[in-house]
Structure formats: C-alpha cells, structure tokens
Design a binder for this molecule. Sequence first.
Ligand code: IVH
Length: 665
Amino acid sequence: MTTTQAIQRAAELRQMIKGHNRHYYVLNQPVISDFEYDMLLQELATIEKKFPQLVTADSPTQQVGSDITKEFVQVAHKYPMLSLSNTYSMEELLEFDNRVRKGLDGEPEYVCELKFDGTAIGLTYLGGRLHQAVTRGDGQSGDDVTANVRTIPAIPQQLQGNDFPREFEIRGEIYMPFHAFERLNREREVDGEQPFANPRNAAAGSLKLLDSSEVARRGLSCSLYYLLGEQLPAGNHYENLLAAKRWGFAVSEHICKCSSIEEVFGFIRHWETAREALPYATDGVVIKVNSFAHQRRLGFTAKSPRWAAAFKFKAEQVLTELLSVDFQVGRTGVITPVANLAPVLLAGTTVKRASLHNAEQIASLDIRLHDWVKVEKGGEIIPKVVGVDLERRAAGSEPFQYITHCPECGAALVRDEGEARHYCPNDVHCPPQILGKIEHFAGRKAMNITAGEATIELLFRKGLVKNAADLYALKKEDLAHFDNWGEKSAENLVKSIAASVGTPFEKVLFALGIHYVGETTARKIAAAMRSIDALAHAGKEQLLAIDEVGERIADSILAYFADESNRELVARLRAAGVQFEAGAQERLSDTLAGMSFVITGTLSRPREDFKTLIEQHGGSAGNTFSAKTTHLLAGDKSGSKLEKARKLGIKIINEETFRSMLEPV
Ligand code: IVH
C-alpha cells in the first residue's frame, strides 16, 4: 500500500466508522453486524500502525463512539468511561496474556465475566444513596439519565450494610431480558411501530426515553461489573464485586477467578454454548486482571485498559428447514428474497424469516426449497441464511428458480451489469414503489406531515391517495369513516398536510424523491437554481456546474423532468400551494435581536425550521446552554433541559408564546 492509498483508505474507513457509530450509539439502529464493524476498525488500526503519521486525535481508533443525545443534560465523567478491545480468537487472547505477563513480570490472576449485551451505565452513590446515573456518551461525558434509571428495580436506590465508601461509582450494563424484549416488540407491532432489531437496541433506546413512566414499563435490568473510587473495600476486583453484591447490587453469579489463561479458555468454551440457555443476551466474555496493583502497573491506552480484554462469541447459528421464499419489493424497486423458515430458537428469540440477500447468493450457496439451511444472527441484527446442510437434502430436489418478473406489478425485472440485485424498473406504476415515494414525501426530513407510515399505507390501499399531490385534496370527511379514526386524528392530519405547504423549497426538492438527490444535494441545488422552473429547464452543463452534482445526479434530474407524470405532479403540488421557489434569505425583522435560544422537546415543525425563523428575525439558536442563552423554547416532552433552564434562570417559553413574539405589535 502506498502512502497515497493509505491516506485515501483511512479517510474512507473513518467516514464509514463514524456513520456506523451514529447508527449504533445514537439511532440504536445498526446497519452492519458487530463483527463487520470490528473488521473495519481493525483495518483502520492496521493502516495507522503502518503509517503512524496518519493517526489523528479524532480517529475512531482513538475515541469511543458517542451516545450523547440533545435531550439530556450532559455530565462529565469523573473517571473516563472506556471500552475494551475486542478479540475473536484464542490466539489473540494468548497475545493479551503474553502482554500482561510481560508487563507484570509475573503471573497474573484473572477474573472472567460474561459480557452483557446492553448499554453501559455509570452510577454514583453518595452516602449509600443513588445520586446520579450517566451513560457512556463519548467516554468523557455522557447523558444524565438518573430519572430513568431510578425506575429499574435491579438498581438499588439505597444500599444495605455500612461498609460502603461515602462516595464511589459503580459501572454496569443496562439490558433488556429476552421475555421483556419479546413483549415490547409484540406491543410495538400491534401499535404499528417498528420493532427493535435486538435487545441491546431496545435497552439503549428505552434508557433515552423522555418519559420515565414508560421506561418503568419496559422491564429493564442491570448487571454491575466494575467499581471506582478512592476508598474501595478491597485491593482487587473480585472482592469488591462480592462487597457490591452484599450492598444490594445485581452482580452476575457467573464470575470466575482463573489463575492461568488455560482456565480462561475453559470458561469461554463453557459459556460459548451454555449462554444459549440464559434469559438475557451476552456477546462474549470479559477478562480482567484481578489485582489493582497489577492493573495500575499495566495502565491504559487512549481507548481501553491494558489489563482487560473482551472475547467476542461468534454469531450463533442453527439449522432449520427452508419452507418457501418471498420476494419483497423495496421503495426503489430493489428485490429482496426473504426465506420463510420452520420456526427455530436463535439467540433467545424465535426466528421465522431470514434474509437471502440476492439471486447470486442463492445460486452460489445452491440453496433449494426444503433444504436444511444454516441461519445466523450477524451481530444479532436481521438473521441471514449463510449455508446449507447438503447431507440432509431430499433426493430429487431442483436448483432454485429466481423470479423473472416483479411479484407486485408483473414488470420484467432488470439486473444491471456488475450488480448483485434485481430491481423492478416500473417506478411509475409498481405499488410498493409509489407508496414508498409518498412515504418519503411525507417524511420528517421532507414535508414533515405527521402521519405514520401505517396511515399513509392505509390511505394508499383505500385508493384515496395515489400520489403525493392527492394528499392536498384530502378532506376531514374523507378520513372520518376509517376504522378507529377519531375526528381529532382526521383533523390533525389535514392540518398537518395544510401546514406542510410552508416547507422551504430545498426540502420540497428532497421530498420529490428524485433518484440520488439526497438532503444535502437538494440544498445545494436549491441554492444554485433557486426555483423548480429553472431546474426543470436546466441543461446538463448547467446541472454539472452545481456543487456536488456529477454525471449520475445530472442524468437523474434530466430523466425526472423528461417524464410527463413527474411534471404533472409538480404542477398539481404547485397549485396546492407547495413552494417551488427558494425563499428570500434576507433578514425579516430585528424582533429577536440580542436573544439566544435553545430548543427542546417536540414542536409542530422540525427544530431546523425554528432555527431558521429565529435567525431570520435577528436572533441566534444553539443546542446547549451557554452564558448567552436567554430563552428555552420548549415543546412537548421537554425532559431535563427544562429543569436545567429553571436552575439557570433562563426564560422558558412555549411555541405559542414564541409565535406571538414574532407577530408585529
Ligand atoms: S468491564 C474498563 N465487564 O462491554 C472496563 N464491561 O467493550 C470496562 N460490558 O463498555 C468494562 N459486560 O459496556 C465490563 N462484565 C463486563 C461487561 C462489560 C458488558 C460492556 C461495557 C463495556 C463494553 C466493553
């Protein structure tokens, strides 16, 4: 690898890893497995080792992914909250053992524990009472989630006994046991909400809810595994954990002192399969050097202690029968084959469906109907079929025939050269694609129409809405006869649709769903072209001159406006009052001059819109309180920012008051 290649690949990897960090820690919706993530991180670390000049302070190899959310008050950790380096092989653990023994010049004693798959928490106790609970955040400071943590029965509010230090911190993992996870997902499905992909996401998501009574209902639990403080009762990890257990903390029963790395291997081998019977998710074993004196000698790297390591289990696999294959058509027309399986227990949950990826994967694994297939939860996300047990194949079975036509609209499928996936090219008439476009149009980042996907789907299935423009023709009376629809919900939806005509042009452009025109590109195009008419009449050269617009995007825009039905859609939306011109960016008034706002909670429109309004009227807006902050604009479910504003004496206003401030006197 040349230096130039290394620079390029390191930048790529950093960008990918940062994106994945956001999905994992903030959105609680990982898109790749832990294993795949670790492989990206490892590749970056290898490059940085070879080219040390490329290491930057903000490289993900030097930092802990951040879970910080705007809604909570941030608190600095007294002791940084680090993570552990992951190992997947016994060889790597042997290397860890060698490093430890070299560093100590002697034999260490290890403590082995299960690695709970949840979300980390730091609890501070003062005088035996729970004082504060803080998430890991970026490792230096995290979110104060004390109110939520107080609802978790496994976490004592008041300690037992009298030999606890006056002040100390205990860290652990908040997790959601399988039974609570299954119940929550059943409820969410009934309510038409997206189920959580796994118990870890469910735990992390629940801990960040703004309503503590809802947190209390979620059935969270917590296992404590690490004490910090100046006056801990013992000079080693194991005895401190036993003391914590006496004080009333939930400390795992499955902890083992080991005097050699062979004993550590024994613990791992046992739990690699025994964990399948546990009522909660575990994803590995944590190995810690027991003696504090030894821990101090070994010290820390920027990211993790040298005295501990995490051994991650391989994803669990099971064999089950492939009953049939469904083909899902995505909103962009992409076809995804999905396996229907004989129900089977995997990583604590019953699996009935799994991804088959694409035609190529099915062909290369030679997967056939009624085969016994190997199913795996990649980092416990969506299960996937990863292989076939050929010995159990029935005589006379035939290779799988992939579909040639769209199961939804019958159009002949297309597969571009070099692409693994088939897609349905009928984007104008294929129902899931039309529905997908309308859902995208109404989405939060687009027109922000407050109708869930279930509502839009209902309107579509009933034939009331066939494209985005039809939304603007809806009347309260059209909706009133729907099952379970109160007058109020019908009225709210119609109001929200009417309010959406105020959406700025750049978002309208994004809402149209032109292929490859994402949020940022739409903003750049809106700034450059200023109106849909200018855009519709622009030639390729003109389009290519816009920042961020290349061949692919330019062609896609040209194709969009060449299509009669798209031009008609734009004309109807325009007639409904939707903005197809960039608004004047200049100052509208000085009404808010000298005022500085922080916005929190749920408002009738996205926060960005309020920020724009504030700036147009001469004020400024930020995400966190500073000495300059004069107002807190608080919506529904405002959480801990309210409390903080009160403490700081910052004026708290609601949306109505805010709007009245903008009206001319
Ligand atoms: S010890 C400095 N013990 O795994 C030592 N961590 O990548 C800090 N975890 O951030 C952690 N079970 O969220 C430790 N028995 C256990 C654990 C555990 C789960 C999590 C924790 C930590 C991550 C390590």
